[in-house]
Design a protein around this ligand. Structure first.
Ligand SMILES: Cc1ncc(COP(=O)(O)O)c(C=O)c1O
Length: 447
């Protein structure tokens, strides 16, 4: 029997084996009750037993235009038959330049250069390296430190992990990058809990950056990296004026400000990037996920001109950035990226997000008085329902809620006791209701 016929012969739903080690998954628990999908279209997945499940997570914050978007599918098919691969080292293809140009068109003013990667993690590590390289190119090689933030998630490379602020992710893998400090989470439940959208108080948390810099010596700091809206760490929208203050402190000290827009890029907040919705311009933007609508792995670092220009000052025959990946600017990813941008534009999906966001907010906050609900946060088409942990069993309520919703036909993501939501931007009003009603039923059933 060949390996593939063995897989085909295997009863899928309850015997998956352990050849495939899944990321961020309790393997043995998964094997006892595997959640397996065989198809997806629009807002729905199809399970191995033929059930349709509403995807309230856009896959993993990425399928912004819905699954199997026909134009994106067709673009990938066509690209695969035309140019399957070309290296980006000392050569390229027209699609990569076209996509880079289209991305700079929708990026904030003055961001005219894109470095392609294959994931958000690679985008972050590339951005951190570019930040150090930028200072070195300007003769300021002493600027090597990074400042991240509590609850920040910047992927799983050693750089992203080091600047990230989720302790459990780091615990088993140190030592990480030295010379990294973290700002605290700009959140206080007593004054900010159940805020609708951005909390009105909390800008003062940004002043901590100034204090941290006085400890670290600002002239040794290369970059501050934050997600404009903390995503995986629990969906925390930035307090009003908070990002503005971070921006001005960075500017004052010559420190680069990096916005990690891997989740917020491509319309989550109603604009191409969160920088535009929130009105604060960083120096470097990292992106991935929605860049190809999740259809082909791809990430990117989008740079302000002055960052790129600093690298272009030496002799023209010398490589300016000794960094890159075999699959940077892969032709299939570029085709998917171009088609995704066309779809976002033609369907007016970013604008639609702004229109639908108030309805999303109202629906989520209707769960406020349900049992165990400790907080609800939202911005754009992002949201989280935070459940109070059961005594001695952290995460139990979150898992149970996600499992009950799944059985009820709605896919939400449990991150400990947080029910995280990030639906495709094409979600319809009745599907928002279905999602929230499913969570409501699940919460009411549990102790
Ligand atoms: C803000 C942010 N940065 C980086 C990453 C890492 O992206 P990837 O999983 O594509 O490496 C993620 C993933 O969720 C993310 O949310």
């Amino acid at each position: 029997m060949t390996a593939s016929s063995q897989i085909a012969a295997r009863p899928f739903a309850n015997d998956v084996g352990d050849a495939h080690w899944l990321p961020f998954t309790a393997m043995r628990q998964f094997q006892s009750n595997p959640m397996m999908f065989v198809g997806a279209e629009g807002m729905h997945y199809t399970t191995t037993d033929g059930r349709r499940v509403l995807d309230a997570m856009a896959g993993l914050w990425c399928v912004n235009a819905g699954h199997a978007q026909p134009r994106i599918v067709e673009a990938i098919r066509e690209a695969a038959g035309r140019l399957d691969f070309v290296s980006s080292f000392k050569m390229s293809h027209p699609g990569a330049f076209e996509l880079a140009g289209r991305l700079t068109d929708i990026a904030p003013e003055g961001f005219d250069h894109v470095f392609f990667t294959n994931s958000g993690s690679e985008a972050v590590d590339s951005a951190l390296k570019i930040a150090r390289g930028y200072h070195r190119a300007r003769g300021d090689a002493g600027r090597t430190k990074f400042i991240g933030r509590a609850k920040g998630y910047h992927g799983m490379g050693f750089g992203g992990l080091s600047v990230g602020g989720i302790g459990r992710h780091k615990r088993d893998f140190g030592p990480l990058l030295p010379d990294v400090a973290h700002l605290s989470l700009p959140y206080d439940r007593s004054s900010m809990g159940f805020s609708r959208g951005r909390p009105e108080t909390g800008a003062h948390y940004a002043d901590e950056l100034e204090s941290l810099l006085q400890i670290q010596d600002p002239s040794t700091v290369a970059a501050v990296i934050v997600e404009p809206v903390i995503g995986s760490g629990g969906v925390y929208p930035p307090p009003l004026q908070y990002l503005e203050r971070l921006r001005s402190i960075c500017t004052r000290h010559g420190i680069l400000l990096i916005f990690d827009e891997v989740i917020t890029g491509f319309g989550r907040l109603g604009t191409p990037f969160a920088a535009q919705a929130l009105g604060v311009t960083p120096d470097i933007i990292t992106c991935a996920k929605g860049m190809t609508n999740g259809a082909v792995p791809m990430g990117g670092v989008i740079l302000r001109d002055f960052v790129f220009d600093a690298f272009m000052a030496g002799p023209p025959e010398v490589i300016e950035l000794f960094h890159g990946y075999t699959y940077s600017g892969h032709p299939l990813a570029c085709a998917a990226g171009l088609a995704a941008l066309d779809v976002y534009q033609d369907l007016g999906l970013f604008e639609r997000t702004s229109v639908i966001a108030p309805m999303w907010e109202a629906a989520l906050h209707s769960l406020k008085s349900e049992p165990h609900v400790a907080d609800i946060r939202n911005i754009g088409l992002l949201g989280v329902v935070e459940l109070a942990p059961r005594a001695g069993e952290p995460g139990a309520r979150g898992n149970l809620c996600a499992q009950t919703c799944y059985e009820d036909g709605v896919l939400v993501r449990a991150s400990s006791d947080l029910i995280v939501l990030s639906p495709p931007l094409v979600i319809q009003e009745e599907q928002i209701e279905q999602t929230v009603d499913s969570i409501r039923r699940a919460i009411r059933q549990m102790n």
